[in-house]
Design a protein around this ligand. Structure first.
Ligand code: CA
Length: 355
């Protein structure tokens, strides 16, 4: 009974969070952030590591790239043409693969009504999926590197030190319901960092750049979808539907002809499932991932290297362990806040000189 109640709670929570964000389209980014998300994200501060000196974690020997990078011929060819490595591991053990330049169709090939039918949820109307249209041509003119994993707890804590939380006035102990309760579910170093605000994710990128010679950023929304699709046009990079053997999402729901599966109720260690065709893990599910862009409607015209408007809601992509599978599709767009299902991965530009 207790399990059923807990499951029902998460179900309602997941649906209500999505609904609240979806109905907040006219608000700015600040107003859709929950007080709980703010509470966790704001105490984060940059650790006082000395510039240009990698943290102690850098002492670990690096594994040969051929043992971990799942590289496609297209990636190999692009790296060869540019004369740069097709993959690398940075000083804190984060692994990256080269994503080739190219053109793809961004957004959903299926109509919003078709997507809603495939979600098979009574409250999932086509309005939830309208902003994945029109399906339009996007060209990314430059190759870039993307981290093969979501940023892990281990990598995050290597660079970012949380400030101790001050108790509120009259409060002697930590309140019973704390964000830390959710964090405890992802305490292992290889679990993804969660409860991350977009500004905390950007702080991490900045800090990571300060200890080496590369510049790190969040992916643009177009870079994220292009990398997630890895050459596919289907709803998922794995095909028309997805299973909980392929990704961590709420297996109590299905997409299209998929079957119900596990609901793990917490993030999995990064890389627990097979990667997509470009060697990227957990693009669907586990934790949803911040993009650099702010939200804008798509247009019909082909565009190159879109970066979104200067103001507006921040975009999350890929869905999380608590999302229904329809929200984990390559095309799904969400405006959100740093909840326990939110993390990020990072990109880095191809260097003009070898770093
Ligand atoms: Ca993810």
């Amino acid at each position: 009974m207790r399990l059923r109640i807990t499951t029902a709670f998460f179900l309602v929570a997941a649906i209500s969070i999505t609904t609240s964000v979806r109905t907040s389209w006219s608000r700015d980014a600040g107003s859709v952030r929950s007080p709980r998300a703010r509470e966790l994200s704001e105490p984060l501060a940059l650790a006082a590591a000395k510039p240009d000196k990698p943290p102690a974690a850098a002492a670990k020997p690096k594994a040969d790239i051929s043992t971990w990078a799942k590289i496609s011929p297209a990636q190999m060819a692009a790296a060869k043409k540019l004369g740069v490595p097709v993959a690398f591991e940075n000083s804190i053990g984060m692994r990256f693969v080269l994503i080739p330049p190219g053109t793809f169709m961004m957004g959903s090939k299926e109509s919003a009504a078709e997507v809603a039918r495939n979600c098979a949820m009574p409250n999932a109307g086509s309005g939830w999926f309208m902003d994945e249209h029109p399906h339009h041509k996007v060209t990314l003119t430059e190759a870039f590197y993307m981290s093969i994993h979501e940023v892990t707890q281990g990598a995050y804590k290597t660079l970012i030190t949380p400030k101790p939380k001050k108790p509120k006035r009259g409060e002697k102990t930590v309140p019973e319901k704390e964000p830390a309760e959710d964090l405890a579910k992802a305490k292992d170093a290889n679990d993804p960092a969660v409860m991350i605000s977009s500004s905390a994710a950007e702080q991490f990128c900045k800090k990571l750049g300060s200890i080496g010679k590369r510049k790190y950023t969040l992916p643009t929304e177009a870079q994220w979808e292009y990398a997630c699709r890895a050459g596919t046009e289907t709803p998922f990079s794995f095909g028309e539907t997805i299973s909980t053997d392929q990704a961590n999402y709420h297996g109590g729901y299905i997409y299209g002809k998929g079957k119900k599966g596990k609901y793990r109720e917490k993030p999995s260690p990064v890389g627990s499932f097979a990667p997509n065709a470009w060697g990227l893990y957990d693009m669907h599910g586990n934790v949803s991932e911040w993009c650099a862009d702010r939200y804008d409607k798509y247009g019909n015209e082909p565009v190159s290297d879109p970066k979104g408007p200067a103001k507006g809601d921040r975009i999350l992509r890929g869905g999380s362990w608590r999302s229904y599978p329809g929200a984990c599709r390559s095309a799904f767009r969400l405006r959100g806040a740093g909840t326990d299902g939110v993390g990020f991965r990072v990109c880095c530009a191809i260097p003009t000189k070898s770093p």
